[in-house]
Design a protein around this ligand. Structure first.
Ligand code: PLP
Length: 430
């Protein structure tokens, strides 16, 4: 039964008149979903489930793009936020909860000696970069991964329109797991690189010793190492990938899962660096000390600790990842699709003869998953609200979808099976 989409269409129509792109986040916009099939708007969500504006229910594997780690509308978080709201949200002086949450992050995150708060991951990656430039007196930044919408990073991507060339030239992307490439950058820009900022792990694990070697290389060249833990923080381990892999950077950026969907980001790191924010380096926002999100953060961390949440995410994620890869092997589809990543955050990697075919495969998968009640961008952001039976049910649905994809690949009619225009990726290499 195709889902009703009348209200979704009507809201999209209204939205496109007043909101460019129809969303605040590229990954939530119509371009990221097969149109004519996907819901465009969600009305509510609870636990691991979300309901669209036409009333259809989905098992949610997007989870607010990784922000919702406990589950939607978690009662403990809502209670903590309600209690804080009664006392006030935005004060005219700092509130003690800022100190309490900062102290907690210092206990949890290996590199954290001091902490500053903000709202989005982009706020804190940009603050980290400015701090590194101020500390080293150098201007260039080497980066690996995605780090947000600000000029210093997005200028180095194909979506650089509006970023001055002078800024673009200062950011030097490098590939993951390739120490020689980073060494080359340091040689070619000798004495000019202020910091390496990187996602410590994405979907491929670091080669043995890689993160340690990057750390060593940075310090040998007088540069700082910044881990962008906006995705990995509070997901792979409470203290982030640095705790999991045992490599301690100079600074780290946390965001997304910190407050179960309430807007909170944190820049943490060495005290001698962080103290520059006291006077010399400007990092100041109206909402940085907003207390509802800090209360949400306290409740989120408390529940994750009490329920050994991270271990549960690993366990559930391993069940899902192993199950998906087994289904793919049984259908001899492993040349086309594999499930990759660390168990708390895995993704399906699609391979086609070319970019178009890869997108068609990804789109066909999404179309069929949505039709079966799974909300997906092709990855699995697990939460504590997902259960073993959700995973088991997902695998049953995936078995049907992979049968269908195997048949489409055999017959060469993947594109013809799409009921709407394929997904348009944000970056070509996505
Ligand atoms: C690794 C990483 N860093 C930074 C960001 C930017 O965070 P935000 O979108 O909250 O500004 C993101 C967002 O997806 C991210 O995945």
């Amino acid at each position: 039964m195709p889902h009703m989409r009348e209200r979704s269409e009507a809201w999209l129509h209204r939205s496109e008149r007043v909101i460019p792109g129809g969303a605040q986040t590229f990954s939530k916009s119509p371009r990221s979903f097969v149109q004519g099939v996907a819901p465009n708007f969600l009305a509510r969500a609870r636990g691991a489930y979300a309901w669209d504006v036409d009333g259809s229910r989905y098992l949610d594997y997007i989870m607010g793009l990784g922000a919702v780690i406990l589950g939607h509308a978690d009662p403990e978080v809502l209670e903590a936020v309600r209690a804080q709201m009664e006392k006030g949200i935005s004060f005219s002086l700092p509130h003690p909860i800022e100190v309490e949450v900062a102290e907690r992050l210092v206990r949890l995150i290996p590199c954290a000696e001091m902490v500053r708060f903000a709202k989005n991951g982009s706020d804190v990656t940009s603050a980290a970069v400015r701090l590194a430039r101020a500390f080293t007196g150098r201007e260039k930044i080497a980066c690996c991964g995605y780090h947000g919408w600000q000029d210093w990073y997005i200028g180095a991507t194909e979506r650089h329109r509006g970023v001055p060339d002078a800024v673009r030239r200062l950011t030097l992307p490098f590939p993951y797991n390739d120490l020689d490439a980073l060494s080359r950058l340091f040689r070619e820009h000798r004495g000019e690189i202020a910091a390496v900022i990187m996602e410590p792990v994405m979907f491929d694990p670091p080669s043995p010793g890689y993160l340690h070697d990057v750390h060593e290389l940075c310090h040998r060249h007088g540069a700082l190492l910044i881990f962008d833990e906006v995705v990995t923080g509070c997901r792979i381990a409470l203290g982030g990938a640095q705790a999991y892999f045992g490599v301690t950077p100079d600074l780290a950026c946390f965001g997304k899962a910190l407050a179960n969907g309430f807007p909170l980001a944190a820049l943490v790191g060495r005290a001698d660096l962080m103290r520059l924010f006291a006077e010399e380096v400007f990092f100041s926002t109206t909402h940085g000390g907003e207390t509802a999100s800090l209360a949400a953060c306290q409740a989120t961390l408390t529940k994750l600790e009490r329920e050994e949440g991270i271990a549960r995410l690993w366990h559930l994620g391993a069940h899902l990842k192993d199950g998906v890869n087994r289904l793919l092997t049984e259908r001899q589809l492993t040349d086309v699709i594999t499930c990759v990543g660390m168990p708390p955050f895995t993704a399906l990697r699609f391979r086609g003869r070319d970019h178009e075919e890869q997108l068609a495969l990804r789109s066909l998968f999404q179309q069929e998953a949505l039709a079966r009640g799974i909300l997906t961008l092709g990855f699995h952001m697990l939460s504590l609200a997902h259960t073993e039976s959700d995973i088991q049910w997902t695998l049953t649905q995936y078995a049907e979808i992979f049968d269908l994809i195997a048949d489409a690949v055999r017959r060469g009619d993947v594109t013809a099976r799409l009921k709407g225009p394929p997904i348009r990726p944000i970056f070509r290499q996505a």
